[in-house]
Structures are given as structure tokens and as C-alpha cells.
Design a protein around this ligand. Structure first.
Ligand SMILES: CSC[C@H]1O[C@H](OP(=O)(O)O)[C@H](O)[C@@H]1O
Length: 358
């Protein structure tokens, strides 16, 4: 069913109080169909993250935080032991949905930390349950402002550029709203810039074609969809001033994991003398790992490649390798645009300095 899809559709919405439900815009059906799934149990939230009905590092973290609230609904306030056992069960369960986006684990750890601090302060289970919903809402609200700040810093950094290329979707659909990489383009537009964006379709799940192209068209930003393999050609033709992508996990030295195909863009950008930027919130930094070598890379089902576009496009039984992410080394990154400012050059020292800043 062709629905009227507008850019003000919220990808994530929690409805009700501690006994409420989580509404998620099913991104696997975009841009053709507008369907909202209603999550009333943690299994539905887990499946939505796993199947990319909700996706994008910050959005995954927000959904998981609400998933904790929903998962705890199966136990009452009267049995404290059951509540704490269930909290561990639910956070461990959600942590197993996807391995790469560190925001998932950052959000789950934050929810557990709040619960334990309140327990240690002598609060009741009922009070802790309410506080956890408020914490999930805080994570959600903070990300809205974080994205705006990333947009402001990115637009200032790239004020002299007009022609961009991006990969996958790091827009409002991947966050609370407004996005990270796309926030830079939205802010430049709001500042009066007439910009153009080449959009990689981003195989195999086509987040670029289905989601980024849609978000840019909704905002009437000039965009041209290309196959991933065409990126080098448009760079060689001199049609790209800068590349901006999102990230799913950034190591302490600045190595950045993002959708598969990002690393090749960074190598191509270097070959063509084009600045390559990552846009990501501080919550995407994993300071517990020294380099990108330690970032777990999700491998997904073969069918995403052999049965894309709704039909079989490869011989049965063919061997398939389907890593969903790759890692761009810090030396290929001109700058990492965060809500606190731009990290450039991207060194361990500069990352640590930004991470420690308020
Ligand atoms: C703002 S984070 C967006 C980030 O997440 C995407 O991955 P997925 O669609 O698999 O969740 C992609 O890496 C984007 O850059």
C-alpha cells in the first residue's frame, strides 16, 4: 500500500507509562510503505533490531533502552529478586541482537547503571521502574540535540563545499531525528547552501537508495542515486568536494566502523584528494578498544545477497561472504564530526581530548 510518507514521521515513539509500548517505523518497508510496528514485548524489539526494522547506531541504542522498560513488564514490583534477574536477562538478550553498533551496549549499560545506583540508594522497584523509563526518554531526547549539534559543527567545517557523497543512511531514520551525516547536509541547506549529494545505493540492503534518497528528497536537497561501484567515477570526474558518512563504532585511535563499502570510499577519497569525514555522536566512541582491529564485525545472512530485490540472483549453494560493516583507519579520515566539535587530525590524543571535553 502506497502511504503518504512524510519526513516528520518519528522512527521511534514510546507510548504510555511504564506499562507502555514501543512504536517503530518499519524501515525494511521504506520508502514504499509506511508501517509502524507495535512492540509490547522484548522479543519484538529484539527482532526489530536484528531485522533492521529499526537501524542505525543511535536508533538501535534508543530502541534497546525502551526495550529494557518493556522487558521488565513481565515481573511485578513485589519480587525484587525476580526484577533484578529479569533486568540481567533482558539486557543480555538485547545485547545479542547485533554486535557492531556500540550505542546498543552504551544504552544498555546506562540503563543498568541507573537501576543499580537507585537500588543502592534504597529506592523501591516501582520507583526504579519509573526512573528507567525516564532514562530511556532522556537517551532519546539527548540524541535529538546531539544530531543538531553535529549538523552545526559539520556545516561549519564544510561551509565551502557544495558537492557531497554519502553511503548508507545516517539520517533521521538512523537516530532520534535529523541524523549525523545527513544532519550536516540539512544544516548546510538551512544555512542557504545549494548543495548536491551523490547517494550510494549501499548494497546489499540498499539503505542509501531506500532511506537516504528518500530523506534528501523529502527535504528537496538535490541528490543523485548511484550504484556503489560508480563512486570512483564521480570522484574522478571531479564532482565530489567531500564525503561524509556515519559510524557504528569508533575506537580510541579514531579507526571507525561503518556500513560495508565505507572503507573503499575512504581509500578512493585519498586517491582523488577528496576529504573524507565521519559524523558520529560521542556515544558511538568505544574508548575500551585501542584500534579498529578490535571492533566486532557483524556477518549477516547469505540470502541478503543471493535473494535481494525479491528474487534469486545467484546460483543455489554459492558461497557468500556478507560482512555488514568495515573499518576505516584513522589516517584516511580528515575529521570526525561530533556534537562537541570536529576531531582533526584524527589521532588517539585528539580523540581522547574530545571524549573528555564536556
Ligand atoms: C547514524 S548511525 C548510521 C549507520 O548505521 C548503519 O548501519 P545499519 O543500517 O546496518 O544499522 C550504517 O552503518 C550507518 O552509517
Amino acid at each position: 500500500m502506497q502511504s503518504e510518507l512524510t519526513a516528520d514521521v518519528e522512527p521511534i515513539r514510546f507510548v504510555g507509562q511504564t506499562d507502555g509500548t514501543l512504536e517503530l517505523l518499519d524501515q525494511t518497508l521504506l520508502p514504499v510503505e509506511l508501517t509502524v510496528i507495535n512492540c509490547s514485548d522484548v522479543e519484538t524489539v529484539w527482532e526489530a533490531i536484528k531485522k533492521l526494522r529499526v537501524r542505525g547506531a543511535p536508533a538501535i541504542g534508543i530502541a534497546a533502552a525502551y526495550g529494557v522498560v518493556i522487558g521488565l513488564q513481565t515481573v511485578g514490583d513485589e519480587d525484587a529478586a525476580a526484577f533484578w534477574k529479569r533486568l540481567d536477562e533482558v539486557t543480555d538478550y538485547l545485547a545479542g541482537s547485533r554486535p557492531t553498533a556500540v550505542n546498543l551496549f552504551w544504552a544498555l549499560d546506562r540503563m543498568k547503571r541507573v537501576a543499580h545506583e537507585l537500588r543502592d540508594a534504597g529506592k523501591s522497584i516501582a520507583e526504579i521502574r519509573v526512573a528507567l523509563l525516564e532514562e530511556a526518554k532522556a537517551i532519546h531526547a539527548e540524541d535529538r540535540e546531539t544530531c543538531r549539534a553535529i549538523g552545526r559543527h559539520g556545516a561549519a567545517e564544510l561551509k565551502d563545499a557544495a558537492n557531497f557523497l554519502t553511503h548508507c543512511n545516517a539520517g533521521g531514520l538512523a537516530t532520534a531525528e535529523y541524523g549525523t551525516a545527513l544532519a550536516v547536509f540539512f544544516t548546510l541547506q538551512d544555512d542557504g547552501k545549494d548543495l548536491h549529494v551523490f547517494v550510494d545505493e549501499t548494497r546489499p540492503l540498499l539503505q542509501g537508495a531506500r532511506l537516504t534518497a528518500w530523506e534528501l528528497s523529502q527535504r528537496k536537497i538535490r541528490a543523485t542515486l548511484i550504484c556503489d561501484s560508480m563512486a570512483a567515477q564521480v570522484m574522478r570526474e571531479g564532482r565530489v568536494d567531500a564525503i561524509v558518512t556515519g559510524a557504528d563504532r569508533i575506537a580510541a585511535n579514531g579507526d571507525s566502523a561503518n556500513k560495508i563499502g565505507t572503507y573503499s570510499l575512504a581509500v578512493l577519497a585519498k586517491a582523488h584528494g577528496i576529504p573524507f569525514y565521519i559524523a558520529a555522536p560521542i556515544s558511538t566512541f568505544d574508548m575500551a578498544i585501542d584500534s579498529g582491529d578490535e571492533i566486532p564485525i557483524e556477518e549477516r545472512a547469505s540470502e541478503e545477497i543471493t535473494h535481494g530485490f525479491g528474487k534469486q540472483t545467484a546460483p543455489a549453494g554459492i558461497s557468500v561472504y556478507n560482512p555488514a560493516f568495515d573499518v576505516t583507519p584513522a589516517e584516511l579520515i580528515q575529521g570526525i564530526i561530533t556534537e562537541r566539535g570536529v576531531i582533526s587530525p584524527v589521532t588517539k590524543e585528539m580523540v581522547a581530548q574530545m571524549f573528555a571535553a564536556e
